[in-house]
Design a protein around this ligand. Structure first.
Ligand code: MG
Length: 260
């Protein structure tokens, strides 16, 4: 789940102990496995509520609880965002249709620590423009992760993501950002998907971050639906979202939400 850019007041940046990192790793593995299950379920005709029910069942079967359910009043375990929905879509009795892309975002809390993970999937047969958008957004995430090394800054991550997206002609959502993660789902520092090299908080060993580019096929502008949650593109064009929870180690960034 993305954080509002306007969101935070003063909070501490935590450097996590190896014990804490193990717990974040455990929760991250659960959300990675959850999304693998979603990948197997996604096809034309399945409703986004069915996905939500299955995801919650799996998370609880692992001795964890869904991080999002009840967080700021969010009513479900998954955020499910279809086509022009950017993030924070609420699961409903709405069947997915061939040609759509669907972003699934999930968090899990176990032993006091969270993992947060999102992928965008194709439903049935999807056009080349949507495939390219998904591919490029995944590349943005990978480049952001690569930039997340001790001694670099939050701005270096943002610049890596922004450059790749804008070179493809896409819009980078600015009002919502990635975040530190640990005992709270949203911790310091905020991780924008834009920025300048060398600016922002210093990246240090032991920081756990959720990186999550939200990339629009058209302009960067977004609007929030009347439900108070669903964020959509202002121009109605599709948007994609990928997210990993990572830890910065002495040897570089390590992705904790891997499933292969
Ligand atoms: Mg998140």
């Amino acid at each position: 789940m993305a954080e509002s850019r306007a969101g935070s007041g003063f909070r501490v940046v935590y450097l996590r102990s190896s014990d804490e990192i193990e717990k974040i790793r455990q929760s991250s593995r659960i959300v990675a496995q959850t999304l693998q299950r979603m990948a197997d379920m996604i096809e034309p005709g399945v409703t986004t509520r069915q996905l939500d029910i299955e995801a919650e069942k799996f998370i609880r079967s692992q001795g964890a609880v869904p991080s999002f359910k009840g967080l700021y009043g969010f009513p479900a375990s998954l955020c499910v965002s279809v086509d022009s929905e950017v993030v924070h879509g609420i699961p409903r009795d709405r069947p997915l249709e061939s040609g759509q892309i669907v972003g699934i975002d999930v968090g899990a809390l176990k032993d006091g620590y969270h993992g947060d993970h999102a992928r965008t999937f194709a439903v049935g047969v999807v056009d080349d423009d949507r495939i390219r958008l998904m591919q490029s957004t995944k590349e943005c995430l990978d480049l952001g992760v690569k930039a997340a090394v001790a001694g670099a800054t939050i701005g270096d991550i943002g610049r890596a993501v922004q450059t790749h997206a804008e070179e493809a002609g896409y819009g980078v959502v600015r009002e919502l950002v990635g975040h530190g993660i640990g005992a709270q789902l949203h911790e310091e520092p905020q991780v924008p998907n834009y920025g300048n090299p060398g600016e922002g908080p210093l990246l240090q060993q032991g920081m756990c971050l959720a990186l999550e580019p939200m990339i629009n096929m058209g302009t960067a502008d977004i609007v929030t639906e009347e439900d108070g949650w669903t964020v959509k593109t202002a121009d109605g064009l599709p948007s994609a979202h990928f997210e990993h929870t990572i830890v910065i180690t002495a040897y570089g960034p390590e992705v904790l939400t891997q499933y292969e």
